[in-house]
Design a binder for this molecule. Structure first.
Ligand SMILES: C[S@@+](CC[C@H](N)C(=O)[O-])C[C@H]1O[C@@H](n2cnc3c(N)ncnc32)[C@H](O)[C@@H]1O
Length: 467
């Protein structure tokens, strides 16, 4: 069968089952699998595919507990595709408007399509029982943290331990759909002007509170509908993520390193800030010379994964900025560093992403407590190595989208205890205009929790090297 014939015969359910099976088998993240497989469907069917896949992952802890309680034996690994069918069927029965009989029949049919006819009776029986006894079944399982809070038990335990006051907010925001937030490119247009343009097009927005470039859209939409998106007038970026640019407040005179850069959201923002600083300079000093107005930002962006580096490249191309892009392991400094120190470093390390679960709900399936330990080790390694490339008096902003103290304040505490040439400085140290009335002050730096209809969870700490 040709590729085109095959494309025509696939349904959103069939592709969703492939995606979910791969995610359940830990063969890649949800977004990677969706990118890889959604091309099998026409564009107008991809929204339903995403609803299926994001929905099942978002409700996974609950659906998984329900499914296991309904099965006498869990499915074997080779039948993970059947488990994906069951989870999707349960999701449709609980959360979608699909008529119940259609959800059950389509799930049964999906078993046949996989040539696993032996499972049709079982699928039918399990889903029909859930259809009849849903409230009772959920009620009986409600004492399980995975059902009550719709998060894995280990994560519930850690949140309760570390953030008892903010526990419910974290859970509620992490279970919700994330809002769509954009960053206006202040180098090209003011936030107010861009907001008016959107307003004239009937696109309703509200100003973000944390970043002076942020706008929340009242309804999510395709980026192609945003005026000037292709020409770099705005980017999609959470408001808390925009704080990195605001805290570092870089200028054109400085040499910057973005050490863990892909997909380049913050790289683009740093370049916008650098380029914009020139406009601010020129406004302040009318005698600015021609030479300085032609200066280009000096920013090196490093990324370990080649395919992710390409994302930075296309991002910067759209925004119209240049940077030195290197595919390297940031912790192997001798392999990429030209021995010229940096004035400012952004270290947005790989992390558990527990602050952005609502954007990456597959974290609920695949993240394990052991990952936190491994990530902490990787972060420590990168931070220790990259520190050598910072100028005396220079600044390094350590950032994660994690809610785990081991990856955040504890990581910094260890670093400070092992580096006598490092000190913590306030997050508005480089930007007097930055309001510091946000986040929770922790032992080092600030922790932001995800908020319903607001910012994602993030952590920031600003370090300075002694002279
Ligand atoms: C949290 S993400 C960075 C997000 C990015 N700053 C942005 O705003 O778009 C971390 C990135 O670091 C990369 N990474 C992981 N280990 C690395 C290493 N040893 N050296 C360089 N990059 C690394 C990951 O592939 C990932 O793209």
């Amino acid at each position: 069968m040709s590729h085109i014939e095959q494309a025509a015969t696939q349904t959103p359910r069939q592709v969703a089952i492939q995606v979910l099976t791969n995610v359940l088998l830990q063969q890649g993240s949800l977004s990677t699998q969706l990118n890889r497989l959604q091309g099998q469907l026409a564009t107008d069917q991809q929204a339903l595919l995403k609803e299926f896949c994001f929905g099942v992952c978002r409700q996974y802890p609950k659906l998984n507990s329900v499914a296991l309680s309904l099965l006498t034996h869990p499915f074997e690994e080779k039948d993970t595709d059947l488990y994906a069918i069951l989870l999707l069927g349960l999701y449709q029965l609980s959360y979608m408007k699909t008529p119940d009989h259609a959800a059950v029949n389509e799930s049964v049919e999906a078993c046949r399509e996989l040539n696993k006819d032996w499972a049709t009776k079982l699928m039918n029986a399990v889903l029909r029982r859930y259809q009849r006894e849903e409230l009772e079944i959920i009620d009986n399982l409600m004492q399980m943290p995975s059902v009550e809070f719709n998060h894995p038990k280990w994560l519930v335990k850690r949140y309760k331990k570390h953030w008892s006051n903010d526990f419910q907010q974290i859970i509620d925001a992490s279970n919700a759909h994330p809002p769509m937030c954009i960053r206006v490119n202040l180098d090209r247009v003011s936030r107010e002007t861009y907001q008016s343009t959107l307003n004239e097009l009937g696109i309703e927005t509200t100003l973000g509170r944390l970043s002076n470039a942020s706008l929340y859209l009242s309804k999510a939409m395709s980026v192609n509908q945003l005026p000037g998106f292709e020409d770099g007038l705005c980017s999609v970026q959470d408001e808390a993520a925009q704080l990195a640019g605001e805290i570092l407040n870089p200028t054109l005179n400085e040499r910057l390193l973005d050490a863990c850069a892909a997909p380049g959201g913050k790289t683009g923002h740093l370049l916008e800030c650098m380029s914009h600083s020139q406009i601010k300079d020129q406004k302040g000093d009318q005698s600015e010379t021609q030479t300085s107005s032609q200066r280009l930002p000096s920013l090196t962006a490093i990324e370990l994964e080649a395919w992710r580096l390409e994302k930075i490249e296309s991002n910067l191309e759209r925004l119209g900025y240049c940077a030195e892009l290197l595919c390297a392991d940031a912790s192997e400094v001798e392999e990429w560093w030209d021995k010229q120190t940096y004035d400012k470093i952004l270290l947005d390390v790989p992390c558990s992403a527990t602050g952005v679960i609502r954007r990456n709900p597959d974290i609920k399936l695949n993240r394990k407590p052991a990952d936190i330990e491994e990530l902490t080790h990787i972060q420590k390694n990168i931070l220790n190595s990259v520190w050598a490339t910072l100028k005396p008096n220079g600044h390094l902003l350590y950032a994660t989208c994690s809610l785990m103290p081991e990856e955040n304040e504890q990581q910094i505490a260890t670093f400070l205890s092992e580096h006598t040439d490092a000190k913590e400085v306030p997050l508005n140290h480089l930007n007097a205009d930055l309001d510091s009335n946000w986040g929770l002050d922790v032992s080092h730096g600030k922790q932001l929790f995800p908020t319903l209809n607001g910012n994602d969870g993030f952590y920031y700490c600003l370090l300075q090297k002694s002279a």
